[in-house]
Write a protein that binds this ligand. Sequence first.
Ligand code: FAD
Length: 291
Amino acid sequence: MKTLRDAYAGGRFGLSFELFPPKSPAGEAALFHHVGRLVEFEPSFITCTYGAGGSTQQKTLEIVAKVRKDFDLPVATHLTCVGLTADQLRDYLRQAIEAGVLSVVALRGDPPKGETAFTKTAGGFGYANELVAMIRGEFAEMGIAVAGYPEKHLEAPDLATDLANLKRKIDAGADAVITQLFYHNEDFFRFRDACDAAGITTPIVPGLLPVTNFAQIQRITALCGAKLPQPFIDKLSAAGDDDDAQFRAGVEFATEQTQQLIESGVAGIHYYVLNKSEAASEVLRAVTLPA
Ligand code: FAD
């Protein structure tokens, strides 16, 4: 298997993990230790995010290239349109292919820090569907995943508009949709049904972030707009300062969420592991993965 396209081919269950570029050598050593743990679950591929404004461009590529080489695993680089011209995006993709990175999570990206709205770079792209079209047209062999939002993208006026925009990315040539993190499976099921109704036939892969720390997840959900269920919030609050109790509550929730999604026939699961392995490992040991 070479690209993320193959991860879901023929009804295969595609398990994937998402990393972010570490900021220090110690962080990098820890990341590779955790990746070593995660590969025991035989992921179909591993991805690494791409920092706002391209700030981590080289690090992102370095991390995925090393994961591919050290663990002999397919990898995907995330790539955003922020601050880059189409030619600079092409250069990055050429470098990725040279490093054996044959898949991309193609994104528009968020506005750079300090800015409130995304502005298209002159000679660049305004929306992810344009990036997807360029990749599919000029780097046809690459696997392409795009972002989907079960609770709607924050800037979209409504779900239907957001879905129509997701369809543009699929029509431009994306192979799979990986969703934003969410904690209400009903939102995902509704989104998947709406994708079906819109004629989106690519795999819709839930993106899950097992909670390990209440304060951290409150920060993350405030940024992306995902809602935490009230009983889960109550449980995390009741854990107080007990880190272990927070971790246990998070793993228990993620285990139930994962199991229900598997039973609903999802094509795969993408875990936002935040460069750690403990929570995802516990969840994956507790659930019954498709054969
Ligand atoms: P788009 O699909 O372009 O959508 C952006 C907004 O514009 C939406 O509201 C959409 O409805 C609307 N829209 C889309 N196309 C059109 C069109 N043609 N005409 C009019 N309106 C349109 N961010 C990073 O900086 N780095 C990462 O590595 C990263 N990885 C991510 C991975 C996943 C799986 C997900 C779900 C998100 C990730 N993000 C990342 C966050 C992402 O960059 C933001 O959510 C960003 O605000 C939108 O990116 P997009 O690709 O979904 O944009």
